[in-house]
Design a protein around this ligand. Sequence first.
Ligand SMILES: C[S@@+](CC[C@H](N)C(=O)[O-])C[C@H]1O[C@@H](n2cnc3c(N)ncnc32)[C@H](O)[C@@H]1O
Length: 416
Amino acid sequence: MSVRSSTATAASVADSVWRPMARHLAEQLDADGDLHDPRWREALLEVPRHEFVPRYYLQEEKPPDRRPRRWIAHEPHDPDSTRRWLDLVYSPTTLVTELADYAGRGVQAPVSSSTKPDLMIRMLEALQVTDGHRVLEIGTGTGYNAALLTHRLGGDHMTSVDIDPDLISDARCRLDRLGYTPTLVAGDGAAGHADRAPYDRIIATCALSCVPLAWIDQLRPGGLALVHIEGPLGAGNLAALRRLPDRPAVEGRFLPWWGCFMRRRTAAGPTVDVPRPRRTTELPTTRTTDVDPAELDGGKGFPFLAQLYLPSGMYRAITLHDQTPVTELRAPDGSWCHITHEADADGLHGVREAGPTPLIERIEDAWHRWQNLGAPPWHEFGLTATATEHHVWYRDPHSGPRWELPVPRIPSPRQP
Ligand SMILES: C[S@@+](CC[C@H](N)C(=O)[O-])C[C@H]1O[C@@H](n2cnc3c(N)ncnc32)[C@H](O)[C@@H]1O
């Protein structure tokens, strides 16, 4: 069951109030080095973000009991709340706009948001659009990014898809009201939208485990797709992938900076909610490792590389074992390991492990490879994706070291 973000119009806000705030946001993005292109600056100044975010959800402070933190709806209802709402809307902040309880356990989790404007603008600049380009966006959400793109390119050139029909109808109302008329489609964006293909650009604002074949088919040769690719442990980043001229494949590098997105969902629910592999009951052995499990967190390339050394279908969590935080890894064959976060006097971390796959050894292999490569930044890695294979490579797609990215089957219907 999903919690609907209000279809009601945003509280009426005078131009004299929101325009200076949009200008201030543009100046901030400018100063931070996120905004360079005057055409995107103009879009930022002209498209009122508050019209797309009539309500947002913030997570409550940690409750004293052990129940999960709840999401609290915030919307403007008096001068104070209106000021707080506008301050957040015109700041580089991601705002959660939609919650759902797919598992039916009474726990709501975010399923849509308005992406933080600094990240959005960086992505739009990385998309390298020019007049006349036809763009497909996956993940319409509030419609704000579709509005920026429509402002820049015109409604005829813009198509946006979201899995959630209610989000599409809300976005359509907001865009119509402002005079923007992109094509909006309710459906699984993994199928793209063949009716309006080919596209010069595809921009995905949800994370995927692989590049769907439909996108490769619907992208013009030489066209660019900006896609957040993540592996089974949820580590990933945006890659700028060009459609190759001579074969149905896309290829390109990860972007130098890190951006994070909610994972693609299907009509049945989020694709992250996969069943946890069962642990083997075999007795564990113990040892130590020089790999700090904290390295598996965050936006660096190492967690991404580590996934390429592990079986697909892995599960990772941070849990308490004997009151000590541990990173737990489980593989589908029942293998598991616990790595303690605290290091001993020699800087080593305790490991308990069991099962047929030596998970900690795989992590160590990845770690030493990463160190030998000089802990490279994201953009030294790239991806080549075809209908059947995805390869991650280092520096050069042909001569550099490369690793297979396990590609789960995404239902990605080839259009007739
Ligand atoms: C971060 S939000 C998008 C933000 C949006 N671009 C904006 O400007 O508000 C991610 C969106 O991806 C959508 N999404 C998730 N899975 C999808 C799928 N399989 N196909 C299309 N959209 C999907 C979600 O419903 C959500 O609205």
